[in-house]
Design a protein around this ligand. Structure first.
Ligand SMILES: Nc1nc(=O)c2c([nH]1)NC[C@@H]1CN(c3ccc(C(=O)N[C@@H](CCC(=O)O)C(=O)O)cc3)C=[N+]21
Length: 286
């Protein structure tokens, strides 16, 4: 088994971000990202800290917003409207929690498309499905990271791929983005009978279920590329959905957790932030 790390692509893309943000700052535009947490979930809060670190490393401003104490959806909506109206904030991400206290996609839909930095609102996802030639949309960062990491290994057009997971932040948008990229896509999920029948036959398998170390040797076949988008915890340690230890001695490439999709996701959120600024400037909103 060969582990695939994102370190090099992350470093290269970060260096490009530093340069682009420096150029923006030189003409008075300071990119600013706001990250909103709606649920009192330590994992969501720690993810905000990771976002802050990455933003500050490349010279972007960052604001964490904790709405977990808001009493009602109405109160959350009021805070969201005020936040999204602020001209100093170019992008707003609503952090999805594994223990949501409100429907965080509903909250995401309060972010207007021109500030929807993670591309998860209804408008951006609709545009992603349409994928028209004149459409500019923001694609969700985690699926983008899965695809960018896979593309460091092999082209996707014409490949047979299986996506395990149909979640709203990774699996479902990822499957549609893979279709757009020219892959032949099968989506497996909790109601699928005999997932290995499908996953073993694929050229590339993307796993995004949030079940740490659930997927072992039975699910895969030799020669495959496996992209692991899982960010679960086992004994307090970050663990992907794929049980890497079960693949030892197997001729297969597996993206690392930690060190694979995760760090690239953070970089792509910031690339999305710059794309929002470019779109706004093209539309003379800035
Ligand atoms: N709207 C939304 N978009 C998201 O993309 C999103 C979200 N909500 N909710 C939470 C999950 C989680 N997530 C991670 C991103 C990077 C790392 C990451 O960089 N992890 C490092 C390790 C960091 C450490 O060890 O603390 C790694 O994998 O190497 C982890 C987790 C994005 N998420």
């Amino acid at each position: 088994m060969q582990k695939i790390y994102s370190r090099e692509i992350v470093a290269a893309r970060k260096a490009a971000l530093v340069e682009a943000i420096g150029a923006l700052r030189a003409r008075g535009v300071v990119p600013k990202l706001a990250a909103v947490v709606c649920s009192a979930d330590p994992a969501a809060l720690s993810y905000v800290a990771v976002k802050r670190k990455h933003a500050e490393e490349v010279g972007a401003d960052f604001e964490g917003v904790d709405l977990s104490h808001a009493g009602s959806y109405g109160e959350i909506a009021m805070h969201m409207r005020a936040l999204c109206a602020r001209p100093d904030i170019h992008g707003v991400i609503v952090v999805m929690s594994s223990k949501p206290e409100v429907d965080e996609i509903d909250v995401t839909n309060l972010v207007p498309a021109h500030k929807d930095v993670d591309g998860l609102s209804v408008g951006n996802l609709g545009a992603l499905l349409q994928n028209g030639p004149h459409q500019r949309f923001i694609a969700p960062a985690t699926p983008r990271a899965c695809i960018a990491l896979a593309e460091t290994q092999e082209p996707l057009a014409g490949k047979t791929v299986v996506v395990i997971g149909r979640g709203r932040t990774v699996g479902k948008p990822l499957a549609n983005m893979l279709v757009n990229a020219g892959a032949t896509v099968t989506v497996c999920h909790s109601a699928t009978q005999d997932i290995p029948k499908f996953s073993r036959a694929a050229d590339i398998v993307f796993v995004a279920t949030g079940r740490p170390h659930f997927f072992g040797r039975d699910y895969f076949s030799e020669g495959q590329l496996v992209v692991d988008a899982g960010v679960g915890f086992i004994d307090g340690k970050l663990a992907g959905d794929v049980d890497g230890a079960a693949l030892e001695g197997f001729d297969i490439r597996l993206t690392a957790v930690p060190g694979g999709v995760g760090p690239l996701t953070s970089v792509l959120i910031l690339e999305n932030l710059l794309a929002l600024i470019a779109h706004a400037e093209a539309a003379h909103r800035l």
